[in-house]
Write a protein of this length. Structure first.
Length: 243
């Protein structure tokens, strides 16, 4: 099975279910545009792989109802609202989006994780080929502090090389840097540089899915980003959402 993860984190940003639902819908609509039919119908994670389960309507009211239904804990405004949806064709690709966001707790980062698992032939799944575009979309919809897309091999190699915690900033086959981080990014990394609408920077080592960077290339890119100060962690407790 081929797996790619697109992942981003940000500091405390209080938002209610209605505000989160607006972001959710924008993100899901964008995934539908990228995914070539793999991301049009979304179901709650509790339905696992049940294709007969009722879908979550891809409009703000429908997503808000789902967020509220799955977050009945009265502490949700403090610890954040956690929701997860999945879509895809089980015989070829499954996409899962999990988000924890909106709370006021200043020691737990907000996050979005997109898991793309495919049993199809390598190179045939648009969401994997265009994982940097998924990260770009995530950045524009959720305004994270930093983000990355990676394979398991790339993630493990970077974690081992630099001894990082799971929430520590890093890059994979692509990396997103919020505006403050982007200002410190070195030039000349072996990938394409694209500015995002919020003023951040996406560096894509796959060059739009046309090349597969080696693990050594990913590690060296991280080394240069760390040296430039672009991957310094946010101070905890969080007093802002981005660097």
């Amino acid at each position: 099975m081929l797996s790619v993860v697109v992942h981003a984190l940000w500091g405390v940003r209080e938002e209610d279910p209605g505000q989160l639902a607006e972001r959710w819908v924008q993100f899901l609509d964008g995934l539908a545009d990228i995914g070539s039919g793999d991301c049009t119908t979304w179901r709650g994670a509790e339905s696992e792989d049940d294709l007969t389960a009722a879908p979550v309507e891809r409009v703000a009211s429908g997503v808000r109802a789902y967020v509220e239904r799955t977050n009945t804990d009265p502490d949700a405004p403090y610890i954040g609202y956690t929701s997860s949806l999945w879509s895809g064709r089980l015989e070829t690709v499954k996409v899962t989006v999990g988000i924890n966001a909106g709370g006021s707790a200043n020691r737990v980062p907000d996050s979005c994780v997109v898991g793309i698992d495919s049993t199809a032939a390598q190179g045939s799944v648009e969401l994997i080929n265009r994982s940097a575009e998924v990260l770009h979309l995530l950045a524009e919809c959720w305004g994270p502090d930093w983000g990355e897309s990676y394979s398991r091999e790339e993630y493990r190699a970077v974690k081992s090389e630099f001894g990082l915690r799971a929430t520590a900033p890093r890059g994979g086959r692509s990396v997103y840097l919020s505006p403050g981080r982007a200002a410190l990014a070195p030039e000349g990394l072996p990938g394409t540089y694209t500015r995002t609408a919020p003023g951040g920077l996406l560096i894509d080592l796959t060059r739009g899915g046309t090349t597969q960077p080696s693990v050594e290339t990913v590690i060296e890119a991280n080394r240069r980003l760390f040296a430039a100060g672009a991957l310094e962690p946010l101070p905890v407790p969080f007093d802002r959402d981005t660097f």
